[in-house]
Every structure is written in C-alpha cells, then in structure tokens.
Design a protein around this ligand. Structure first.
Ligand SMILES: O=C(O)CCC(=O)C(=O)O
Length: 298
C-alpha cells in the first residue's frame, strides 16, 4: 500500500501516463480473497465467457461482467485495500464498482498476444476517474506482461479491436472512430512500458490507455483478474453504436450522453459501501460480448 505522501505523486503520474505499477499494493489476505473471486468467476461463467481464438491449441479464456459478481466479490470489494488505492489516485472519497473481467492464458505452446486496444471504445463511459486494476496470481515476466502506450489515454480514441485472428486492428464499429494503428509492426514509434509483476503487485490503468498483452511462453499459466472502478466524474458516453460493455440490460435506454454514470447495477464502495442490496437481478447477457464485437448474432 503506498504511503500517503506518495499518493499525490502517484495521482499525478496516473493522470499523466494513464498507467502505474504498484509493487506489493495488495496484502496476502486480500490477494487470497481476489483469488477466490477469480475462481468463482471461472466456476460461474456467463454467456460471454469465451476463448477468443478457438482455432488455437492453447487456452486464451476470458469472461466479464457477471450479474452476480458484485455479491460474490463483496468481501473483496468492501475490504478497502483495493478501493483506497483507487480513491487516492483520484483524490476522491467516492469509488464505485463497475465490473470484473477474468483472463486465463495457458498451454503447452506459446500463447498469442492480447491485441493492442483501448477499453473505452467498448465501454459506455468517459471520465478521468475510471480505472482498471490488473491483478495476477502468478509471477509474470516483463516479456509476457501487459504493455501500455504511455500517455495514450489523452490522445486519439480508436475503434476497438474485434479480436479477429487474422488482423488485430479489425474494427468493431468500422465508422466514426479511426482504425487502430498496427502498433506491433512499429513498436519503436510508440512509448511502450511494461513491468514484471509478482503476486501482490498491481498495475492500474485508465481504460483509454492503449494496451496489449505480450505473448505468454509454452508451459506457463497466467491467471489475471481485472477489476474496474469509476468515480464521481464518470459520465455515460455514446459510441458509434451501442457499446458492448458494461453488459447491463437496458443501460443504453436508461442513460443518455453526458449523464452522470450512476445505475443501481453498480454499488458504491467508498467512503462506505452502499447499494449492494439494491442491485437489480439481471438476466444473463442478452448478447454475448464476442458476438457484439465481431458483429455476429448467435
Ligand atoms: O491480461 C490481458 O492479456 C488483457 C487485459 C486487458 O486487456 C484488460 O484488462 O483490459
């Protein structure tokens, strides 16, 4: 946990770079809770759970935004270790939980990259007070870690990546946002940063920061929990079409562009937890994430 006198320096760095690495930000007990949450997500898949690259022999699994997650994750979310770090980054007392995402990369052959992308094109919200906390349960070497283009959250918002196996820049909307550049083909032209992480370390990034997961090598396992939060300045934002996330039934009909991003599906965590008992029961995802980003209705 960073010292208080480090907080404003970290907040400045987060605002400037859109990403920070915090060694040993999470104590062992909190890490164990996070791991239980991760295991719960694997045991309780949503209809959006998928292997992005089905033709590949190894596992690249993800799932997100389980309508029951806030309840299942409640002990972790209420224990303050995680949310104090986030609140201090924004200098804000109030922090809300947006949703969780889990990733599993493993196999006996090398695993491909997570394509370079920003999360915001997939998300119906904007604001400086949005953060993703990237938590791993195994040590991850720098060469296999998540990579970021420093400061890119303050620059162009690109179309999303459709996670198309033949072209990482294949867009999800195809209009109104510029297509992603091929960052991997011109790495020297981008200010790319990444860190080796140990269990207990976290990387926190603004979802508009360009990021992509380096390939993992054969025989390794990477279990990653990515927790998403927002603060008071978050606003509902329209995208070229209804944004796929968060996968909350009726959200696009409830909020309009520029509205404060508040909805009973998202409980407040700080300064005191509120709203957990009012979270509406949600049906499973009406339209799966992959179908939405690859434009195929299944
Ligand atoms: O862990 C990864 O490879 C991808 C993480 C990511 O893109 C995210 O958390 O938004």
């Amino acid at each position: 946990m960073p010292e208080l006198n480090q907080s404003s320096e970290l907040a400045e760095r987060y605002a400037r770079d859109g990403v920070i690495y915090l060694p040993q930000a999470i104590d062992l007990q909190t890490l164990k809770l996070a791991e239980q949450c991760y295991d719960w997500s694997l045991a309780n898949p949503t209809p959006s759970a998928c292997h992005f690259y089905e033709a590949e022999r190894n596992t690249f699994y993800q799932d997100l935004c389980n309508p029951e997650a806030a309840h299942a994750y409640r002990e972790l979310l209420e224990n303050h270790v995680v949310t104090d770090v986030i609140g201090n980054l924004w200098g804000q007392d109030e922090v809300w939980f947006l949703y969780e995402q889990v990733f599993l990369k493993e196999g006996d052959v090398a695993n491909r990259r997570t394509p370079w992308h920003q999360d915001t094109p997939y998300l119906a919200l904007d604001g400086s007070e949005i953060a993703v906390m990237w938590i791993n349960f195994e040590a991850v070497e720098k060469a296999q870690s998540l990579e970021f283009v420093r400061g890119s959250h303050r620059q162009t918002l690109y179309d999303g990546s459709a996670f198309d196996p033949t072209d990482d820049t294949q867009p999800i909307y195809g209009h109104d946002l510029p297509r992603l550049p091929n960052i991997e083909a011109q790495r020297d032209e981008w200010d790319i940063v990444s860190w080796a992480v140990e269990p207990g370390d976290v990387v926190i990034f603004h979802p508009s920061t360009l990021h992509g997961g380096a390939p993992t090598v054969a025989g390794t396992r990477r279990r990653t929990l990515s927790l998403r939060f927002f603060g008071p300045d978050a606003q509902y934002a329209t995208r070229p079409a209804d944004a796929p996330a968060p996968l909350i039934e009726g959200i696009h009909e409830t909020l309009k562009d520029g509205d404060p991003f508040r909805h009973p599906a998202f409980p407040r965590l700080r300064p005191t937890p509120a709203g957990f008992d009012e979270i509406p029961a949600q049906p499973g995802h009406k339209m799966r994430l992959k179908a939405q980003i690859q434009g195929q209705i299944d």
